[in-house]
Design a protein around this ligand. Structure first.
Ligand code: FPP
Ligand code: MG
Length: 351
């Protein structure tokens, strides 16, 4: 359990109460109703993939695959398919590929973040350790590539390879900039655009690619996925600081501990007199619970949360607008509802 985020186990109650918290779950089910049958098919296919693994490792794969997340990326692939023509078995396969890459990346991420809980269950890392987790993540990733090779459009294979590369490269850039007090907005956006934006983007753009649509439609979906993904990561970064483990179902507070500086903190650092920066760095590295909660308060008072929400909302609006070139359809409307839902959810953190 963490000792940094606002979930603040053991933190003085009056300090906790003074902080805004993301106390509700982001629930997108109602917006994804039109692709529910498709998502059930994706879940069936993911469960079926387990049979492709050696009997000796099936147990691990089952554990990793059965934890059902929000399935945002598969939903994007199915909706983008419908919004550009037809969502067919190829789109289900694409959705499975993207979700398996996502699952693999989370298994690796939980090692890097020392995370014990995800999706309200022990992580693969906490159950079986780092060695097994590295290899299991690799196996799932490799299996995703096997499925990807069977997709019928060559350009789609390339898009997925590019996205997988970007996710990994984004994580390396993030690692290189740990504890870097000079990390600015541009670099932060670049990193999260790679580590998170890439899979959102590819789910949308590759789905359009499978339908071989006009380039400007694929481009509109790529932009939509990019902005939605980056805004989603800003939300996730706020959650890490101001969420509760009870509602998020995952270990929080790892960003500060691991020196991943995210938008609320980056904004605050930008407001500080140069002489005050050392104090913040000292708190991050060695502060006790009360000092760390004090830092969260300082972030809020400096407008760090407000400005992060502003940035996320700006991206969400642009995501919605980018869909306007597509023909009207129920799928387009469902896509458009996702940035609105995320903006509404983020508003609950308004301070
Ligand atoms: C979550 O970040 C993690 C990612 C968006 C990507 C992680 C990618 C890797 C570790 C590289 C390995 C990639 C592959 C394809 C095998 P977060 O820690 O901010 O989110 P969290 O709060 O959900 O943990
Ligand atoms: Mg993490």
């Amino acid at each position: 359990m963490n000792s940094v985020s606002a979930s603040g186990n053991g933190a003085p109650e009056h300090l906790l109460r003074a902080l805004p918290q993301l106390r509700t779950k982001l629930n997108l089910k109602v917006y994804l109703e039109i692709v529910r049958p498709g998502l059930e098919e994706v879940d069936r296919c993911i469960r079926h993939q387990v049979e492709a693994f050696d009997p000796g490792i099936v147990g691990y794969v089952e554990y990793a695959a059965e934890s059902s997340g929000k399935r945002i990326r598969p939903a994007l692939a199915l909706l983008a398919g419908s919004a550009t023509g037809r969502s067919r078995q190829d789109h289900v396969d694409l959705a499975v590929v993207v979700e398996l890459i996502h699952l693999a990346s989370l298994i690796h991420d939980d090692i890097l973040d020392n995370a014990e809980i995800r999706r309200a269950r022990p992580t693969v890392f906490s159950k079986w350790g780092a060695d097994l987790s590295v290899l299991l993540g690799d196996c799932l990733f490799a299996h995703a590539l096997r499925l990807c090779a069977a997709l019928p459009v060559r350009e789609v294979n390339r898009l997925i390879a590019d996205a997988a590369y970007e996710v990994c490269a984004g994580e390396i850039l993030q690692m290189q900039r740990r504890f870097d007090l000079k990390l600015g907005l541009t670099d932060y956006l670049k990193i999260i655009g790679m580590k998170t934006g890439a899979l959102f983007r590819v789910a949308c753009e590759a789905a359009a690619g499978l339908n071989e649509v006009p380039a400007h439609h694929a481009e509109a979906l790529r932009i939509y996925g990019d902005h939605l993904g980056v805004a989603y990561q800003i939300y996730d970064d706020c959650l890490d600081l101001f969420g509760t483990e009870e509602h998020s179902g995952k270990t929080l507070g790892t960003d500060l501990k691991k020196g991943k500086f995210t938008l609320p903190l980056i904004h605050m650092l930008g407001q500080l007199e140069p002489g005050a920066v050392a104090g913040v760095s000292e708190t991050i590295l060695h502060g006790d619970e009360a000092e760390r909660l004090g830092l969260l308060r300082q972030i809020i008072d400096a407008g760090g949360v407000r400005s992060s929400l502003r940035k996320a909302n700006e991206l969400l609006e642009r995501a919605g607008r980018s869909l306007e070139v597509l023909p009207e359809s129920a799928a387009r409307e469902a896509l458009a509802s996702l940035p609105r839902a995320l903006a509404d959810h983020l508003a609950t953190l308004e301070t």
